[in-house]
Design a binder for this molecule. Structure first.
Ligand SMILES: [Zn+2]
Length: 248
């Protein structure tokens, strides 16, 4: 039993080079998606292919969202429609209630609130519950989902956002999600065996801050969500590449 993941995308919202940052996490044949940018099936196919896998939506038990910026959630409508029409099932969705508060009303309702059974047919109103089974994450305790135990913690970002610690197979994988430089978050993440941390400009975490961390911490840290001009080869902390399978 081992915990591993594939970075499906490693870029930021403006990238010309990479897909938006999102991850396929696996343990015992169970797959969990962390964040869901568009076009998610193409992302799974291409980045999964680089890892030697044929990954598709049907392989996934569910998706956990860190926040509602488009580069993290823009693929969810397509994901849920595919599950509804092609796989005939609801989408298993996980997230903290604060982070997901406006998901239906402000992200999905316009595109998913009505469906027609036929071209002549009336439009039927659809609700969030018609598409999704929601599992709330908590700041107080871990939440079980298949082989995964998932913890979350707030980050410093424009909109409510949660970092994650995902435990399975006796290992722990930490995701900073989008965040400003936050030493208390780094400390929280340092309990993980491997830390996936963002770095970027603006209110994101400057690379220079991470470059100054203790070498032992840097050794178990990997970088994502970096800008297109990030100097990959010069980085003292290993940047993740799309389609690279990482065993935690
Ligand atoms: Zn964001």
């Amino acid at each position: 039993m081992s915990l591993s993941f594939i970075p499906l995308g490693v870029g930021d919202a403006f990238s010309q080079k990479y897909y938006s940052s999102c991850y396929a996490v696996e343990c015992e044949g169970h797959w969990l998606l962390v964040d869901c940018p568009h076009p998610i099936r193409k992302i799974l196919s291409e980045s999964g292919g680089l890892a030697g896998l044929k990954l598709d939506l049907s392989d996934f038990d569910g998706v956990v969202l860190t926040h509602l910026h488009g580069d993290h959630v823009s693929g969810l409508e397509g994901w849920a429609f595919f599950n509804t029409f092609m796989l005939k099932k609801r989408t298993q969705l996980l997230g903290h209630p604060e982070a997901l508060e406006h998901l239906w009303s402000a992200c999905l309702l316009a595109g998913m609130g009505n469906l027609m059974d036929s071209p002549e047919g009336p439009k039927a109103t659809r609700q969030f519950e018609d598409y999704f089974d929601l599992t709330d994450l908590s700041f107080e305790h871990a939440t079980s989902f298949g082989p995964f135990e998932i913890e979350c913690r707030k980050t410093i970002h424009h909109v409510p956002t949660t970092a994650l610690r995902i435990r399975a197979g006796g290992r722990c994988l930490g995701f900073s999600a989008d965040t400003a430089w936050d030493p208390s978050l780094i400390e929280w993440l340092s309990a993980a065996d491997l830390i996936v941390h963002e770095t970027n400009y603006g209110i994101h975490t400057p690379y220079e801050r991470l470059e100054a961390l203790a070498p032992a911490l840097q050794k178990k840290m990997r970088l994502v969500h970096y800008p297109d001009d990030f100097a990959l080869e010069a980085s003292v902390i290993e940047p993740l590449r799309q389609g690279q399978r990482v065993v935690v």
